[in-house]
Design a protein around this ligand. Structure first.
Ligand SMILES: [Zn+2]
Length: 455
């Protein structure tokens, strides 16, 4: 604590001195106007054709039609004519810090969970235009909190902003069979047996100023200890009394009903093997939960098809390994897709508030950043409009995560944005036509990141 305060003080002294000597150049370099692009704002508003926006000190200072936005004197001009600009994506559900990109099937080793590996994963997200990424309950709390402090103090190079839900589980329950090999030895989760312990875990989360928790419902077909309803009821009640939101893993109709009745704020997963019933849809209509679909988990089709957008950040070894071991044809693919589509649109039509999350970080074929683009395109394939998909990948996850500085292109927000070579409102796969990514107003050096991963 004392050390970081001292170094921060040192930084301020240096900055003040250099402003005094080079004030003119510093102001020029910190203010820029981006002109000529179509601006997709991230919420329900219509896009702005031929737009302009001013970025000052990492935030958007003004935005509108080109010509209607006044140019501060000394601002540098960036011509984005022909491009489409949208807010950086916000990933509400991944698992960061464990994966090592070494095998086709994931392996989560506790020793992988370091600040360096977390940073690598946040850089992978950023490379693909994700500006904010939230871990769904698998992060080791002490390391994650320190990482957030260091990121806020700008001790790391540019990367997606890291957030996490504290995970609360029954003993030996919670994360899936891959992740739990990392989380359990680290005691990453609060392990609670009874309701009072659940409440105590929430109190500890509150004391640490963590705003969101994750719980797991169900027993994974009898292979896991399930959290008793008295425990998840108590956790959700205690969380809501303290302004903490609860994300709930629930993969079956029964578990999703339980989660909604108990008042979970964010449903994680979709029911994939049974047609939804009217009772669940009535609950969705009543509760209007946020909903992270995480359909992409286990889907390696992009890597199997050697799609360069997906393979570019993976080593040749891991691509070959996935293609040799994880690309079996699925006889039931068409029937499964029909059911997914029916369930997905039924949830949307009932009022589920869709948010981006692809469960990346468990299997290398569903990789950080690229997996998020796969999820977005899959929604549109199932019936969502591209405009709705973009809202669900930007402003709505910001709202679900309680983040006021990101999610739309608006005055006062961080200048976290993607410049695209083609319009994703015409074809959602154009979110993959990334010309550049800016985080807090700084252009990300994507080539340098890529060169490092390909080594
Ligand atoms: Zn997950």
């Amino acid at each position: 604590m004392h050390r970081s305060r001292t170094s921060l003080h040192g930084l301020i002294v240096v900055a003040v001195a250099s402003v005094a000597v080079h004030s003119q150049t510093r102001i020029q370099s910190s203010t820029a106007i981006y002109e000529g692009a179509r601006l997709i704002l991230g919420d329900d508003r219509a896009p702005v054709e031929n737009g302009a926006f001013v970025v000052q000190n990492g935030r958007i200072a003004a935005i509108g039609r080109k010509g209607a936005v006044s140019v501060p004197s000394g601002a540098s001009h960036v011509d984005l004519t022909g491009k489409t600009v949208m807010p950086a994506l916000i990933n509400a559900h991944g698992h960061f810090g464990y994966e090592r990109f070494t095998k086709a099937e994931g392996e989560a080793l506790p020793e992988n969970f370091t600040a360096g590996n977390l940073l690598d994963h946040m850089q992978r997200e950023a490379f693909y235009g994700v500006g904010t990424a939230n871990d769904g309950g698998s992060a080791a709390v002490a390391i994650a909190l320190q990482f957030q402090q260091d990121q806020a103090a700008r001790n790391f190079p540019p990367a997606a902003q890291f957030y996490f839900n504290a995970g609360i589980v029954p003993p030996n329950g919670g994360p899936d069979q891959i992740l739990i090999k990392g989380t359990r030895p680290l005691h990453a989760n609060y392990e609670v047996l009874r309701a009072p312990e659940g409440r105590a875990a929430v109190q500890d989360v509150v004391a640490k100023n963590i705003k969101q928790v994750k719980i797991w419902l169900g027993d994974r077909n009898g292979s896991y200890p399930a959290m008793p309803w008295q425990v998840f009821d108590a956790i959700i009640d205690e969380a809501h009394k303290n302004g903490v939101k609860v994300h709930a893993h629930a993969t079956t109709i029964r578990d999703q009903k339980d989660a909604l009745r108990a008042g979970a704020d964010v449903l994680v997963h979709m029911v994939q093997n049974t047609k939804l019933d009217d009772e669940l849809l009535a609950l969705v209509k009543e509760k209007k939960p946020y909903w992270a679909t995480v359909i992409a988990l286990g889907d390696r089709s992009d890597v199997c098809e050697s799609d360069p957008f997906f393979t570019q950040t993976l080593s040749a070894k891991i691509i070959a390994d996935i293609q040799a071991n994880a690309c079996r044809p699925n006889q039931n693919a068409a029937a499964r897709e029909e059911l997914l589509k029916a369930n997905f649109m039924a949830m949307i039509n009932a009022g589920a508030r869709l948010v981006l999350g692809a469960d990346t970080g468990i299997r290398p074929g569903n990789a950080f950043g690229s997996g998020d683009h796969h999820e977005i395109a899959h929604w549109v394939q199932m019936g969502l409009s591209p405009a709705q998909a973009i809202v669900a990948a930007t402003s709505r996850p910001a709202e679900a995560l309680g983040l006021k500085d990101v999610g739309t292109l608006d005055e006062g927000k961080y200048a976290d944005f993607i410049a695209l070579n083609a319009n994703p409102l015409d074809d959602i796969k154009n979110t993959r036509q990334i010309a550049s990514v800016y985080l807090h107003g700084a252009k990300l050096d994507r080539d340098a990141l890529l060169a490092n991963w390909r080594k």
